[in-house]
Structures are given as structure tokens and as C-alpha cells.
Design a protein around this ligand. Structure first.
Ligand SMILES: [Zn+2]
Length: 293
């Protein structure tokens, strides 16, 4: 009886034309961390499209016509800014879609002077990798909640409640991550790509040297000289690379300096069930293990 009632109700609902307010909201986010936070804040009933495929680097990604077509139902697209400005290319094709940068309420660091800015990576002169701090993740959750509330006022209260809960969770995560690195004797890191300055500042670490100031841009002899000097000064044993960036050109440096490569993931999402919080925990654990003496 119950089943028959449910079935006839489903038939009835299917026959009714959906009013716009009943249609499930679709939004998108450029990179996995933003998409995962959006999914959490949106709760069920909102479709979240991830634009950057897992494993790809936002620095080298380009939008295809197919991707733009997939984004057509999206009312909002959440972006970081700087690393994913390629998303601005959809504005003309999708005039009703609002692109929402997530840096509101976040104090952004100036791009490293070392970066010789090629205009691709650090467009407005600020370092874009702010999501790699859970405290900033909390601010991103608040921005996402407000944008969802405006786009879908009927469910505004739910989005705002979720946003507060997720932000509180990330604030607690931030303290937890700090605690995981508090006892570490060595805090200095040498990184392949200059994407970890918010992470370092958030968790008491220090970026001693960078191999590539801008992704894909090979270091000059002078850059290498600085890197070698820093690595020897701090008796470095590790160079931190990223799964989305090729590390082949770093091989001679590893050999010369006797460094081991340790992978830190700034994006995540390659494994099913991955999350923004899981990503940060993995990275902090990897740093703790790599720098422990
Ligand atoms: Zn980067």
C-alpha cells in the first residue's frame, strides 16, 4: 500500500511542471577544495560541478567548449582567483551565471618578489594559494553560504546554518593542524612550486627556498644558486613537490644536494571520498613525517 502510494505520488510529481524555485540549484567550483567546501555548505539537493579534473594543474588547464556546455545550468561558479582566471572565459557564453571569488575576508599575501611575475600565476599581485589554510577555508565557507543564500533565498537559512557549522569545523581543524606540527624541531621547507606560503604561515613553517617561482617556468642559474645556498645552509634533506606538476627537471638538483622528493598535494580529489579537510590533514602529516629528525 505504502509502495503504491509512493509510486503514484512520484507519477503525480513527475507530471507537474517544476516551478523555478523547486528546480534543484546547480553551482560549480573551479578546483576540488572549493567544490568540496561548496558541497558541504550546500547540503543535499544542490548539484556541484567540479571544473578542474582531478590530477590536472589549475596552472596549465584550459577550458574546452564541452566544459563550457557542462557549466550551462550553473547559477554560480566559485573561483579562487589568480590560479583559475581561465574560468572568466565562460562569462560571455553564460551571461546568467555569476562568478564568485572566494577571497572575501581573507588577508592575502603579496606575491613573492622572487616570482618575476609572468602575469599568469599572480595576476593581481597577490599569492592565490590561500585555500591551503583551514582558517581561510572557514572564510570560504562563509562566502559560499552567503552566495547560495542570495541565489536560492527559499533555502537561505539552511545554507547559512551549514556555512556556520562548516566554518566552525574548519576553525577547529586549523587548531588541530597547528598542534600536529607544534613539536617539530625543523620547520624549514624547500618546495618545487611557490604555492605553500599560506600553509607555512598558518602552521608555523618557513619556506626556505623555491625551485620554480612560477609553475612550468624553469629556474635561472641565479635561482638555482640561491636554492643550493639555502639547501646547504639548512641542511635540507627533502624537496616538496606536487602530484600535478612534472618533477623531472628537478632530478639533477636532488642528486647534487642529496634531497629526497616528498609529494604534497595542494588540490586533492583524485581519490573517491577525499575532502578538503582530509587533504590538509594529509599534507600536514606528510610534512611532519618528512621534517622529523
Ligand atoms: Zn600555484
Amino acid at each position: 500500500m505504502k509502495i503504491r502510494l509512493a509510486a503514484s505520488l512520484a507519477c503525480l510529481l513527475a507530471a507537474l511542471p517544476l516551478r523555478p524555485a523547486d528546480r534543484p540549484l546547480t553551482v560549480a567550483a573551479t578546483i576540488f577544495p572549493a567544490a568540496d567546501i561548496a558541497r558541504r555548505v550546500a547540503g543535499g539537493g544542490v548539484r556541484v560541478i567540479l571544473v578542474l579534473p582531478p590530477g590536472a594543474s589549475p596552472h596549465t588547464f584550459e577550458l574546452t567548449p564541452g566544459k563550457v556546455r557542462d557549466l550551462q545550468p550553473a547559477r554560480l561558479i566559485f573561483k579562487i582567483g589568480g590560479v583559475d582566471d581561465w574560468i572568466d572565459g565562460v562569462a560571455e557564453s553564460l551571461p546568467r551565471t555569476l562568478i564568485v571569488p572566494l577571497h572575501a575576508g581573507i588577508v592575502r599575501m603579496a606575491a613573492n618578489g622572487h616570482g618575476h611575475g609572468d602575469g599568469h600565476h599572480h595576476q593581481d599581485g597577490s599569492d592565490p594559494h590561500y585555500w591551503l589554510s583551514a582558517a581561510n577555508g572557514a572564510a570560504m565557507a562563509a562566502t559560499i553560504a552567503e552566495a547560495l543564500a542570495k541565489a536560492d533565498p527559499a533555502r537561505a537559512a539552511g545554507y547559512r546554518a551549514n556555512g556556520r557549522a562548516v566554518a566552525a569545523e574548519f576553525t577547529a581543524l586549523h587548531a588541530e593542524l597547528k598542534g600536529m606540527l607544534a613539536g617539530l624541531g625543523e620547520k624549514r621547507m624547500i618546495v618545487l612550486h611557490d604555492g605553500w606560503r599560506y600553509f607555512a604561515a598558518a602552521y608555523g613553517l618557513e619556506i626556505a627556498a623555491v625551485f620554480q617561482a612560477s609553475p612550468g617556468r624553469e629556474p635561472t642559474p641565479r635561482d638555482l644558486q640561491e636554492l643550493y645556498r639555502a639547501a646547504r645552509r639548512i641542511h635540507a634533506r627533502v624537496l616538496f613537490s606536487e602530484p600535478q606538476l612534472p618533477a623531472a627537471s628537478v632530478e639533477p638538483v636532488l642528486r647534487d644536494l642529496g634531497l629526497r622528493l616528498v609529494v604534497l598535494d595542494p588540490i586533492g580529489g583524485a581519490e573517491p571520498g577525499d575532502s578538503y579537510a582530509g587533504l590538509l590533514r594529509r599534507d600536514v602529516r606528510a610534512v611532519a613525517a618528512a621534517l622529523a629528525r
